[in-house]
Design a protein around this ligand. Sequence first.
Ligand code: BG6
Length: 608
Amino acid sequence: MCGIFGITSKRRSDIGHILVEGAEKLTYRGYDTVGVATVYKGKILLRKDRGKFDEVATKLRLAEMPGSKGIAQLRWATFGAPSKVNAQPHYDCDEDLCGAHNGNIVNYLPLREQYTGEGHTIRSMNDGEICVHAVERYYDKSGDMVEAIQKGCGDLHGDYAFAIMNMKDDKVYAVKMGSSLFAGIGKGETCVSSDLPSILPVTRRIINVLDGEMVILSPERVELRRINDGAPIEREPYTSDADIRVAQKGGYPHFMLKEIHEQASSTRSLFSAIREPFVTQFEDALLDAKRIFFVACGSSYNATVVASYYLNALAKLPSISVVGGQFVSMYGESVGEDDVVVCVSQSGETKDVIDVVHHCRNRNARILSVVNVLGSTLTQLSHLYLPLGCGFEISVPATKTYTSQVTLFSYLATRMGLRRGTLARETGEGLLNDLQKRLPPLIEQTIATTEIKARALAPYLANYPHFYVLGYGLTHGVALEGALKIKEVCYIVADGMYSSEFKHGPLSIVTNGYPIVFTVAPNDSEELVNHLSEVECRGARIILTGEDHPLLRRYVAEENYLVVPNSNHYLSPILQVIPLQLLAYYLATYKNIDPDYPRNISKTLTVR
Ligand code: BG6
């Protein structure tokens, strides 16, 4: 996934500054290449290169680029290796147009051949350049940007958004065709971006752009048109109340550590974000469903694994968790109008999930979603969604959004258990109270009691290129998430798996001192003794997150015991991911890895 930011202004002639400020807020979307184009004295200036944002911005003095309009792009490479020539934005053949995209042009190669055959000068191997030439083909004939963009989009297949400008007018043009795009109206300037954080320094007056729409920015005005027939669209801007400070580190060395420490407040704000009647309608849909599918990727998928255990344990409801890319080949032929597909995504833009939504909508299945980014494509495509209310999550590894997802699902499962009578009233109401009242302080306590130990374990774990994270029942998804954090930011192959499965093969890896991380829910302590002893007796060094339990203490040395405060069997799994997040954070920083921008990955992937 990439990030695009475009702006036109009558207030500034040093547009480089605001382009750099906007782009900087999109770095979590891609950090393989960076580029900025501005229009100055009737020419399009373009500076771009491979490398991290700060390095390239300083080297090419991007902030000093003059002009009153421009486009910036940050790239996560798919088509075309990370290089200067493949960096965006891209010129057209004669440098009178310049544009950049985010997303995926799936017919890129045939178009590249066709345009080359028509005499176009195509400089790169990047599909973003094809968007520019697609517009150029028509613009050169008519000189009409709007018509050229409409026709150009007719050539392009895939999910994308792009911004483009010419050197003649004071406008920036953009289209949304499946990837995220927002517009902002400021005083004497307007802008578009893949995400809100980069718009807020310019303005809080936001216009959501829907798929199939074109945005025409002039310094004073944002115009919306339907791409297929050019019809004008009237849409009122809304005022975003998003807290911009969330997009800053607030004194923490990294966003990841800051966002780990924000989990008490983010789980609290979840309960002000979700509203009636939508929560009840969400439950009604699940209770009426023939089958419940959870569809998600990465950390969101791991949260759905925990959700399935909660639905079973608290509401006696079966559900199936599936990774986005696997759904169609596994259930695509049988999903139908009686099924409910719950899509879970922090960004609301993950392509593997969006593809499932399109497939299931075509089969009349009901689409529910749980999303953190409001106005995202998934919120636009869902029949009903519940917001997480975590605010921006900047660091590539998800932390606070995962915890809020799990908290939401345990809340819904508890309420459905009460509605179905599968949960005693007292137990259920006690749990609901715990989730809303006790959880935030318990999270703060968990950080306080485990952070130092987690940091102290880093030097030891850094010696191992691989190890296992084992969970059981409700903590299965917690172990998957702990392992994913370590894979994402430590470049260590941590495998998360169900602890009862470990003896069926992987146990062979254990030698003296080999690390095995366990995460144990309170009611499973005795049950897990077997799994602990079978690795301990072969010399493994056990690291464990869980409540303090004398039985477990027999297998875990003090320095390896990441004790979470006592709560209960259903609340504890939410707490137990936190020591694993801290372990991953301190292991990454111990290995001098920037956990916010781990190599090769990106916060949200808008490509298949
Ligand atoms: C990956 C991120 O690209 O997408 C993960 O690196 C994330 O951290 C996953 O969990 C899913 O993203 P989302 O936005 O759909 O929850």
